[in-house]
Write a protein that binds this ligand. Structure first.
Ligand SMILES: CC(=O)N[C@H]1[C@@H](OP(=O)(O)OP(=O)(O)OC[C@H]2O[C@@H](n3ccc(=O)[nH]c3=O)[C@H](O)[C@@H]2O)O[C@H](CO)[C@@H](O)[C@@H]1O
Ligand SMILES: C=C(OP(=O)(O)O)C(=O)O
Length: 417
């Protein structure tokens, strides 16, 4: 077990470089299974989820070599087309091998994926999409078995703009016969990054970033070199860290339009925001104002920033209403924030947050990745000491968060026991 010990009350000040995006890296690594030639990926963050995806790829027979922030993957000798419970349970995104292995080999068997416990997170849209491409699907004994003698392009209308389903269908469709059109596709920047990577390998995809993606099947793919986009959720987390501690932080290596909804809310809260081409400065201007937030698929406010923003709003002047529309169980941080003095009432998908003047440090537990980030932010702002348990959840998606904040003047220590 690992915990963070935080002594709050120190404004964060300075400059922080944002790492490559976790949620862009994971599908790109999975997509490397689509052909037997080496790919080189730059700006790969050093995170637990990335390590898990690399384990999955190695387990299947790929050779993965990391040097700093660059990974070289050679999937020439894939020996196995099945991923068992042990690896699949570690993270939700392991399901992304489905589309790539099906696309290349015509069959794959995976155990149901695990991941952040923030909702039921079914796989029905992924499977409906693969079925439309001609795959036969069998779900039995906790496993999903998918087979196709020939994948054929099809028109697929997603009931919801699911990020993972869009990515899996894109990967399965690149080597299919004919053209696939995905309607009501997810529009997240990570989908655009996957399109760019696949096209560098020789795929013919257009439309990512809009809700219609068109994939013309090709016969061969080849080696590609790609640099992953910066992590917009990590960026947003640091901006809230600056605001919640009354600090002044500039984040670099960012694409500000990717987190415009977060910037818009910070401005509405009357937090100081200065946006450059690839950097953003956020500085506190007194206590922030309450605002209402509703999470939505991109370009709406990201659900992955809801817990962090809730921590900030819990200290704002006035009452805020947060509506979580993406995941039905993403309020687990509420009871922990309450232990620190927050006044939050949850009614269904809505949280009513009455701002208090200060948090008091307490022992709290991270139940998932972004809930954990929110508790760290609350701890940085709290009077006296906070202990955050469950740091393994935070390590899934943030690269040594305590070192980044320590360098900006926070008092935060990682403790193993
Ligand atoms: C690795 C990665 O990129 N993770 C992100 C991805 O997760 P992930 O790809 O799992 O999220 P989805 O976009 O698929 O999920 C959105 C909603 O659709 C539902 N759904 C999804 C698939 C399906 O087959 N059936 C179904 O009903 C889910 O339960 C959820 O309510 O997008 C989420 C929504 O922005 C983010 O919070 C995650 O950080
Ligand atoms: C929910 C997240 O990740 P995952 O989809 O991998 O569980 C996240 O990054 O906040």
């Amino acid at each position: 077990m690992t915990r963070f010990m935080i002594v709050g009350g120190n404004p964060l000040r300075g400059t922080l470089r944002v790492s490559g995006s976790k949620n862009a890296t994971l599908p790109i690594l999975a997509a490397s299974l689509l052909h037997g030639a080496p790919n080189i990926i730059h700006e790969v963050p050093v995170l637990q989820d990335v390590a898990t995806m690399c384990h999955v790829l190695e387990y299947l027979g790929a050779r993965v070599h990391r040097e700093g922030y660059t990974i070289r993957i050679d999937a020439t000798n894939i020996q196995c087309l099945e991923v068992g419970e042990n690896l699949m349970r570690r993270m939700r995104a392991s399901n992304l091998v489905l589309g790539a292995l099906l696309g290349r080999f015509g069959r794959v068997r995976i155990s149901y994926p695990g991941g952040c416990n923030i909702g039921s997170r079914p796989m029905n849209l992924h499977l409906k999409g693969l079925k439309a491409l001609g795959a036969c699907i069998e779900e039995k004994f906790g496993y999903i078995n998918v087979e196709a003698s020939q994948l054929t392009g099809a028109e697929i209308h997603l009931d919801l703009p699911s990020v993972g389903a869009t990515e899996n269908i894109m990967m399965a469709a690149v080597l299919a016969k004919g053209t696939t059109i995905i309607r009501n596709a997810a529009r997240e920047p990570e989908i655009v990054d996957l399109q760019n990577f696949l096209n560098r390998m020789g795929a013919r995809i257009k439309g990512a970033g809009t809700d219609v993606i068109r994939i013309e099947g090709v016969k061969h793919l080849d080696s590609a070199e790609h640099t992953v986009i910066p992590d917009r959720i990590e960026a947003g987390t640091h901006l809230v860290a600056a605001a919640i501690t009354g600090g002044d932080v500039t984040i670099t290596n960012v694409i500000p339009e990717h987190f415009e909804p977060v910037l818009a809310k910070l401005r509405e809260m009357e937090v100081g925001v200065e946006v450059g081409d690839d950097q953003v400065r956020v500085y506190a201007r007194g206590r922030p104002r309450a605002v209402d937030i509703k999470t939505l698929p991109y370009p709406g406010f990201p659900t992955d920033m809801q817990p962090q923003m809730m921590a900030l709003l819990a200290l704002a002047e006035g009452t805020s209403v947060i509506t979580e529309t993406i995941f039905e169980n993403r309020y687990k941080h509420v009871s922990e924030l309450r232990r620190m003095g927050a006044e939050i009432k949850v009614e269904g998908q809505t949280a009513i947050v009455r701002g208090v003047e200060r948090f008091t440090g307490a022992p709290v537990e991270a139940t998932d990745l972004r809930a954990g980030a929110a508790l760290v932010l609350a701890g940085l702002a709290a009077e006296n000491g906070t202990i955050v348990e469950g740091v393994e959840h935070i390590d899934r998606g943030y690269e040594r968060l305590e070192q980044k904040y320590d360098a900006l003047g926070a008092r935060i220590m990682r403790v193993h026991n």
